[in-house]
Design a binder for this molecule. Sequence first.
Ligand code: FAD
Ligand code: NAP
Length: 327
Amino acid sequence: MTKTRHSRLIILGSGPAGYSAAVYAARANRTPLLITGLEQGGQLMTTTDVDNWPGDVEGLQGPALMERMKRHAERFATEIVNDQVQSVDLSVRPFRLEGDAGHYTCDALIIATGAAAKYLGLASEEKFRGRGVSACATCDGFFFRGHRVAVVGGGNTAVEEALYLTHHAEGVTLIHRRDSLRAEKILQARLFANPKIRVVWDSVVDEIEGGGTPETVTGVRLSNVKTGAVTTLPVDGVFIAIGHSPNTAIFAGQVAMDGEGYIRTVPGSTRTTVEGVFAAGDVQDKVFRQAVTAAGTGCMAALEAEKWLAELPAASGSSPGAALAAD
Ligand code: FAD
Ligand code: NAP
C-alpha cells in the first residue's frame, strides 16, 4: 500500500512558475515538495529559441532554460517528485492530492499546472493525431523532412512553429482564420521574409483528409470565411497552434475559475478562493502567458504561501479569497 506523504508546502507543476516558486520557498527554508506532472519542464520543453528571457542576451533553447531552472530549485533543497496528480481535495485540512505514484497531503498548495495545447475538435484531427497531426513542431517536425506541412493559427506559437518547420519541410502553409496575425511584429516580419512559407488568409480547416495504407494525412479541406469557397490543400502534416487551455480540470468546483477555466486570483496577489491555496503562471493568466510572468507570479505565490504558513494558527476563520466569486 502506498504511504501518504505530508509536506508543509506542495508546488504542483514544473514550468517556470513552479520552479520559481520552488527557488523562493526553498530559500525560505520551507523544503517544498514539487510534483512535476507528465510534462516535466512545462511548455518551454516544446520550443527551441527563447529570445525574451531577461539576461540571456544571445537567447537560449527552451529545454536548456528549464534544465537550469530545475537545477536552481534543487540547489536550494527542493524535493522533486515525478508524478501526475489525478485528483485533489481542497475541502479538508491538510489538503489531499492523489497521484499516479503516490498520495500526498500539504498545509499550503501552489497550483502551477500551466496550460495545454488546444485542438480544433474535428473527428479527423483526432483520427490522425500522431499520424500527421501534431501540436508540437519541435517534437514532430523532423518526421516531415522534405514534405509539405500546414500550420493552423495566427499567434506567436503558430508563427514560430511555421518558421521552425522550414528547417525540415519542403514548404509550409500557414492557415489563419482572419486577414491579420496576432503574433508579435518581429515574428511576422520573419515569417513574411521566409520564401518557404505562404499564408492562406481568412480560412478555416473543415476536415483533415487522409489516404494510403496505413492511412496518413494527405491534405486539408479549407473554407474561406469571406467567400465560402471550399478548397483542398495537399499536405502531409498538419500542426495545430491555436492556443492553450488551462490545466485546471482537477480543481473544478473547488476553487473559483472564470468562464474559460482559468483560476481566479485576488488582484495583485496569487491567493485563490481557498485559503492556503495559491495559483501562479499560465493557469491563472490568460493575458500575458510568458515565461517571465509565470516566473514572477511563481515568486509571488511562494512569498505569499510562506507568509500564510508562518501565520497559520491565526489564519483560520477569515478567507483571504472571499472577495472572489465563481463565475
Ligand atoms: P507550464 O510551462 O505550462 O507548466 C505546467 C506544469 O504543470 C508542467 O510541468 C505540467 O507537467 C504540470 N502539470 C499539469 N497538470 C498537472 C497535474 N495534474 N499534476 C502535476 N503536474 C501537472 N514564453 C516566453 O516568454 N518566451 C517564449 O519564447 C515562449 N515560447 C513558447 C513557445 C511555445 C511553443 C509555447 C507553447 C509557449 C511559449 N511561451 C513562451 C509561453 C511559456 O511557455 C508559458 O508562458 C510558460 O511555460 C508558462 O509557465 P507555467 O509554469 O505557468 O506552466
Ligand atoms: P494565442 O496568442 O491565443 O493565438 C491563438 C491563435 O489561434 C490566434 O491567432 C487565433 O485566431 C487562432 N485560433 C484560436 N482558435 C482557433 C480555432 N478554433 N480555429 C482557428 N484558429 C484559431 O496562442 P499562442 O500563439 O499559443 O500563444 C499563447 C501565449 O504564449 C501568448 O501569450 C504568446 O505571446 C505566448 N508565446 C510567446 C512566444 C514568444 O514570446 N516568442 C512564443 C509562443 C507563445 P485569432 O487571432 O483570430 O483569435
